[in-house]
Design a protein around this ligand. Structure first.
Ligand code: DX5
Ligand code: ZN
Length: 218
């Protein structure tokens, strides 16, 4: 079953609540909260995303899918656990060793959230294999993290296929989330490759009817 996680990163200033309510009515499966600290990536959306997530929590019961693009993973996990997200995903590249990865996985689980681990385009997918038995999902970045509205990197489709093959061979149930440049032109290729959660920001927020585009992406 394909799920859509709408990234609220590019929501228009002053239209936040109208947009969030419309997305709730359009039945997005998740709100994708793109947390950036200005260190792991250039942009800093930390406080804004904390406010948006708290607001969404008040007006909607739909789950929050928090994507941490931060250097200090532990601090962000603790800060964002406050909005009771369904999923917290952190970057493999933000951890200095395997022990820290396992520590972050345990911390997220202890906070009753599902765990996601994410890899940037240049990180070999094999680097994440050893952690898959311990996480709920793997978020494959299909653009360089840091901003919305980019074009999907087609090499990432093969990367998703390689990940899917490994998950199937190992008999794992890990979800695969594709994130970046997902629209009606690119959705089919990432779904066929094995992604079952699609993040989309620009394609949805720029559409006139959110329900139509979300249903079409699914
Ligand atoms: C990029 C973010 C993505 C991005 C998706 O760093 O992780 O979630 O906002 O937005 P679009 O769909 O516009 O690429
Ligand atoms: Zn994201």
């Amino acid at each position: 079953m394909i799920e859509i996680s709408t990234s609220i990163l590019s929501v228009k200033k002053g239209e936040e609540s109208k947009t969030f309510i419309a997305l709730e009515q359009a039945k997005t499966d998740y709100f994708h909260i793109d947390v950036m600290d200005g260190k792991f990536v250039e942009k800093d959306t930390y406080q804004k995303m904390l406010e948006y997530a708290s607001y969404i929590k008040r007006i909607s019961n739909l789950p929050l899918d928090v994507h941490l693009m931060v250097k200090d993973v532990k601090e962000a996990i603790l800060d964002f656990s406050g909005v009771e997200p369904n999923i917290i995903t952190f970057h493999l590249e933000a951890c200095k060793n395997d022990e820290e990865v396992m520590e972050m996985i345990k911390l997220i689980k202890d906070l009753n959230c599902k765990v996601g681990i994410s890899v940037k385009p240049n990180t070999p997918i094999e680097n994440v294999f050893k952690f898959l038995p311990y996480v709920h999902l793997c978020l494959v970045m299909t653009v360089e993290p840091g901003k919305g509205g980019q074009t999907l990197l087609v090499d990432m489709v093969n990367k998703i296929e390689t990940l899917k093959d490994y998950i199937d061979k190992q008999g794992l149930e890990t979800d695969i989330e594709a994130d970046g440049g997902i629209n009606l032109r690119t959705a089919d290729s990432v779904k066929q490759a094995g992604a079952n959660i699609l993040v989309s920001g620009t394609a949805i927020l720029s559409a006139t009817n959110y329900k139509t585009i979300i249903d079409e992406l699914r």
